[in-house]
Design a protein around this ligand. Structure first.
Ligand code: AMP
Length: 602
């Protein structure tokens, strides 16, 4: 179908007050989804399906025509916008404040859970033309007869795929069945799974379908990745934060526990961050979000679910602490940056085994990911140093009565040269930082190095003779040890015995898990095969059999870790009684307390 395309808002047919309002906002050219949606939606009677992600300007794509169409002389609900989360609901409502600021007698309300329903009912009773709602709360209001939808002419389903993912299918069906006077339904979704298609087929009449090319919308995002060994992920994250002093971003984790774990560690080390995950109450989430919006905190550590609906424009970085399993989630995550015409970086921290997943995402998103080297300690220090000097130079001394203190300051520094004063200021800021990074090693791991350094090769006295084939053997190993497939490397199943590669971090536990175990009445023998996988170095069997010990089981300083001295790292010690200066991968804080670089700075 031919779509009328315009280059500017001027001749699109928006109402004058709406046009004036967006001029104030500095919107000059419509984004692709706006170009394609607005002329269709302004007709008022056409159903519409827009495939567009957050950050493409989709709120204005439906908001501007919706506001242009409603009749403010009538105090009845005419427009209904349904969206998945409270955050998005508030954001849309706020955008409507902006778009409708020149509209006389325009009233709208946001209704969502986790906030007083009585206040919302009071606002509705005053008379509103547009309601922005999350499904659950809206149903609640319908059931209390606090809202009637029989005057609604236009219904918008925003982020329809998210709503269905969150299990709102029945609620949406129910709500749509109440909007009996509907003239048009407009559905926006980042993706078009079957369930969304079904909604469009059931409730819409021959809708106009528009898809904005995600390449087009995501062109300002640079996709990069860093590769490290899995136990260096946390340390790598810290370096990336430290080497980007202006970073304002979101770190995505797979689980709440991981988000909590990283948050606790970073907080302990003085970083200005907070967690956003499902265990928080609504009040706590609001508090975190408001601190993030006003930039009191520069980084959110978030799970995908909790980060839904986060709509902050100036995010510079999105970090995948682990890659998501689905490409769609990657796209959602990366779409949090490079919004409103800005550019952004989406960083993935990978261990060697995640490369396959990365290639899949590259293929699906048709983006090329650039591999970057994890910065060295020296690079981090230099970056911080330059940033500090810049800040010092730019610091505003026009306010405050510094002049009154000048005589005193001059007196105090009378015996010091300018050079010395500068050095002292710098050392005050940097000594901790320099000290921290002084001995920092190379965290980069190429496929090969990662593999060599990462695994211990174990001999096990079980083989094909015992009735195993590979898959069954793997299952047996995982059942016996409680570890995951990702922690194992190559399995070589011979006739009477086998060799299994296991992640160095779990080698001790893995061996110990077989202690005293028998298979068909025969005791299972398991030991390090003598020859380490790739890298050299010995294996202190005594130490490593000790599961609870302060385990300095020296795996040897073999392959891959650069200057990193493995014998200094806690090996299998989970009790936190580690051996002091663990600059990397120090999971439980067994290393230096308060060891963070450069407090409260990035
Ligand atoms: P959205 O996809 O609706 O979340 O919008 C992303 C951001 O782009 C929001 O901050 C909007 O204010 C901004 N925006 C939307 N349309 C335009 C436009 N035509 N020109 C400039 N900025 C826009």
């Amino acid at each position: 179908m031919h779509l009328f395309m315009t280059e500017t808002f001027q001749d699109m047919g928006l109402s004058q007050p709406v046009f004036d309002a967006i001029s104030d906002l500095g919107y000059i050219n419509p984004t692709p989804i706006q170009q394609q949606a607005i002329p269709v939606l302004l007709k008022g009677t056409k159903d519409f399906v827009g495939l567009a992600q957050t950050g493409t300007g989709k709120t204005a794509a439906f908001g501007l025509p919706l506001l242009s169409l409603i009749d403010t002389s009538i105090k009845l609900v005419q427009g209904l916008v349904i969206c998945p989360t409270r955050e998005l609901c508030i954001q849309i409502d706020k955008d409507f404040d902006d778009y409708g600021k020149y509209m006389e007698d325009f009233h709208h309300v946001a209704v969502y859970g986790g906030s007083s329903i009585d206040n919302q009912i009071r606002q509705i009773k005053k008379g509103v033309q547009i309601v922005v709602a999350t499904p659950g709360r809206l149903i609640d209001l319908i059931e209390r007869k606090a809202i009637k939808l029989d005057s609604v002419t236009h219904v918008v389903l925003d982020e329809a795929d998210e709503m269905l993912n969150m299990g709102f299918k029945e609620d949406i069906d129910h709500i749509l069945s109440h909007a009996t006077a509907r003239q048009a339904a407009w559905l926006f979704s980042a993706t078009m799974p079957k369930a969304v298609k079904r909604i469009s087929e059931t409730f819409m009449n021959n809708p106009v379908e528009v898809k904005v090319n995600s390449e087009l919308t995501a062109k300002n995002i640079k996709h990069v990745y860093y590769q490290c060994q899995s136990h260096h992920k946390y340390e790598t994250l810290k370096r990336l934060i430290d080497v980007n002093p202006g970073m304002y971003g979101i770190v995505f984790t797979r689980t709440r526990a991981e988000a909590q774990d990283i948050t606790e560690k970073l907080l302990k080390e003085g970083y200005e961050i907070d967690a956003l995950h499902g265990d928080l109450s609504q009040q706590q989430r609001d508090k975190v979000m408001s601190r993030f919006r006003d930039k009191t905190i520069k980084l959110l550590i978030a799970t995908d679910v909790a980060a839904r609906g986060i709509d902050v424009d100036s995010i510079t970085h999105v970090i995948n602490y682990a890659l998501p399993d689905e490409t769609e989630i990657y796209t959602h995550r990366s779409g949090r940056t490079a919004r409103a015409g800005k550019s952004g970086v989406c960083i993935s921290i990978l261990h060697t085994r995640e490369m396959g997943k990365l290639r899949d995402i590259e293929f699906m998103t048709k983006s090329k990911f650039e591999k970057l080297d994890i910065p060295s300690g020296r690079e981090v220090c230099e970056k911080q140093f330059f940033s500090f000097i810049e800040k010092l130079k730019k610091s505003d001394i026009s306010h405050g009565d510094y002049e009154n203190y000048l005589p005193y300051l001059n007196e105090q520094f009378a015996d010091m040269s300018k050079d010395e004063v500068i050095q002292r200021v710098a050392s005050l800021e940097f000594n901790r930082f320099l000290e921290y990074y002084e001995k920092a090693g190379d965290l980069n791991s190429s496929d090969n190095r990662g593999r060599q350094g990462n695994y211990s090769r174990l001999f096990i006295s079980l083989g094909e003779k015992d009735g195993f084939y590979k898959a069954a053997f793997l299952e047996f190993l995982l059942d016996t040890t409680g570890h995951t497939k990702a922690q194992l490397g190559k399995i070589e199943l011979m006739d009477a015995y086998s060799f299994v590669e296991v992640d160095n971090n779990i080698a001790t536990e893995f061996i110990a898990a077989f202690s005293g175990k028998k298979f068909r009445g025969r005791e299972i023998k398991i030991e390090l095969s003598g020859e380490r996988s790739g890298g050299g170095g010995g294996f202190d069997r005594g130490g490593n059999r000790n599961r609870s010990g302060g385990g300095r089981g020296s795996y040897g300083g073999g392959g891959g870790g650069g200057t990193y001295n493995r014998s200094e790292r806690r090996s299998s010690d989970r009790s936190g009684a580690g051996s002091g200066r663990s600059y990397g991968g120090d999971r439980d804080g067994g290393g230096r307390k308060d060891s963070g670089p450069y407090k409260k700075k990035y």
